[in-house]
Ligand binder design. Structure first.
Ligand code: 2AM
Ligand code: CA
Length: 263
C-alpha cells in the first residue's frame, strides 16, 4: 500500500468535504436529536459522512469505515485498514456558531493509527500527521511539546465534570481548577486535541468520547510527544466509548495521580 498516496487522497477528500460544509452555510439546516435532547445531528453531518463513504469505497474497496452517523461498517474488530470518521465534531457549535467544529479522521492499520487529520473547515486549517513523520498545521511542521508545570497549564475541560456527576469525583477537579493557570472549553474534542498538539492548551479530558472523536487527533498529538490514554491511564479502546485524557508528557501523569478519581 502506498501510504503517501493514501495521505494525498484523504487530504483531497477533506478539502472537498470542507467546501461542501462551507457551501451549506447558505442553506437551512435540518436538525434532529439522537440519544438525548442535546445530542444533535444535522443533514450535513449525514451528507458529509456519505460523501466520504462513496469516495473511500470507490478508491479503497477493501478498507473499512467507522463513522459516527452509522453509514459505514458495523465493526467487531480493527483488523485491516479502518477509516474512523466524524464528519462534524462539535455539531452543537456547527449549529449555534458556524465555527469551532472540525472534520475528524484517523486511518488505522490493525488498530494502530497511521494517519490523522483534523480539518477546521471555517479557518481552512488542516492539522495532519503521518506516524513517524511528524505533525503539520497546513504546511508548517508542529514543534515537539516541551514539559510544563501544573501552575502554568491551561486545561481543556467541560464545566459539567466539575459539578457533582456520575463519572468522576468532582472535588479533585475543583482542586485542579484552583491549581492551574486557566480552564477552557471549546466543545469539539477533535479541536481540543489539535490545540493540545499545538500547545495552545496543555491537556484535555472528557468522560465520554467515541473513537471517531479522537482517532485522528491521537495520531497528531502522539507525533509531538503528547500522551493520550483513558482517565485510568490505560490505552484507549478504539471500539466503543471510553473516557479520554491527553496532555503534554509529565503533566499527564501528574494530573492522573493527583486529581483524577473516577467513580
Ligand atoms: P460531536 O459534536 O461529534 O457529538 C463536546 O464536548 C465533544 O464531545 C464533541 O467532540 C462531541 O462530539 C463529543 N460528544 C458529545 N456528546 C457525546 C456522546 N454522547 N458520546 C460521545 N461523544 C460525545
Ligand atoms: Ca459528530
Amino acid at each position: 500500500m502506498d501510504i503517501f498516496k493514501l495521505d494525498r487522497d484523504a487530504k483531497n477528500m477533506l478539502k472537498e468535504a470542507g467546501n461542501r460544509i462551507r457551501t451549506s452555510f447558505s442553506s437551512e439546516l435540518s436538525i434532529e436529536s439522537k440519544a438525548d435532547a442535546n445530542d444533535l445531528v444535522t443533514n450535513i453531518d449525514k451528507e458529509i459522512e456519505q460523501f466520504f463513504i462513496r469516495q473511500i469505497n470507490a478508491a479503497y474497496p477493501s478498507h473499512l469505515i467507522l463513522g459516527e452517523e452509522g453509514f459505514g461498517n458495523q465493526l467487531e474488530h480493527l483488523e485491516g485498514i479502518v477509516w474512523m470518521l466524524d464528519p462534524i465534531d462539535g455539531t452543537m457549535n456547527f449549529i449555534h456558531q458556524k465555527r469551532n467544529f472540525a472534520i475528524s479522521l484517523g486511518i488505522y492499520k490493525d488498530g494502530e493509527g497511521i494517519l490523522g487529520y483534523i480539518y477546521d473547515v471555517v479557518l481552512d486549517e488542516l492539522y495532519s500527521a503521518h506516524k513517524g513523520h511528524g505533525a503539520f498545521l497546513n504546511d508548517e511542521r508542529i514543534p515537539f511539546l516541551e514539559e510544563t508545570s501544573i501552575q502554568e497549564a491551561i486545561i481543556g475541560m467541560n464545566a459539567s465534570w466539575v459539578v457533582p456527576n456520575d463519572h468522576i469525583e468532582n472535588d479533585g477537579l475543583i482542586q485542579l481548577v484552583r491549581d492551574v493557570r486557566g480552564i477552557r472549553s471549546y466543545g469539539s474534542a477533535a479541536l481540543e486535541l489539535a490545540y493540545v498538539a499545538t500547545g495552545r492548551i496543555d491537556a484535555y479530558m472528557s468522560m465520554r468520547l467515541s473513537p471517531w472523536d479522537v482517532a485522528g487527533g491521537m495520531v497528531i498529538a502522539s507525533e509531538v510527544g503528547a500522551v493520550a490514554t483513558n482517565l485510568r491511564g490505560e490505552s484507549l479502546k478504539m471500539l466503543g466509548t471510553d473516557t479520554f485524557f491527553v496532555a503534554r508528557g509529565g503533566l499527564h501523569q501528574q494530573i492522573l495521580t493527583n486529581y483524577i478519581k473516577l467513580k
